[in-house]
Design a protein around this ligand. Sequence first.
Ligand code: ZN
Length: 137
Amino acid sequence: MLYYVSEKYGGITLSLNYSSKINKIRTFALSLVFIGFGVMYLGLLLKNIEWLMLIFFLLGMLCIVFSTVVYFWIGLLSTRAVQIVCPSCEKPTKILGRVDACMHCKQPLTLDKNLEGKEFDEKYNEKKYRNEINEKK
Ligand SMILES: [Zn+2]
């Protein structure tokens, strides 16, 4: 159930197995670095076949470069996120988009009063859905 965070504070205990988007992307970027190194290591094992080793090295480099790009993207997203104090665990967290989960306790939160009390759904962040709501108004 979504929890509106601007005005009301209360004791909703429902917790979803949904981690905050920022944390998710960060984990993804970190795993990319490891995949990159793994691929490069595979290339080392194949050093007898020079062209194959080169391809693996390039692929590994690409993974690492891509993860750097993702890290930059996280930085950009973080500045756009709204900082709030989670009503559930009372720690500071960030909300990205209209609905997101608390980084610490996974409490689903919303910045849109119209969505208060609704079931958490990623679709509320989609542009298409946003337009539908605006049309109904
Ligand atoms: Zn929390």
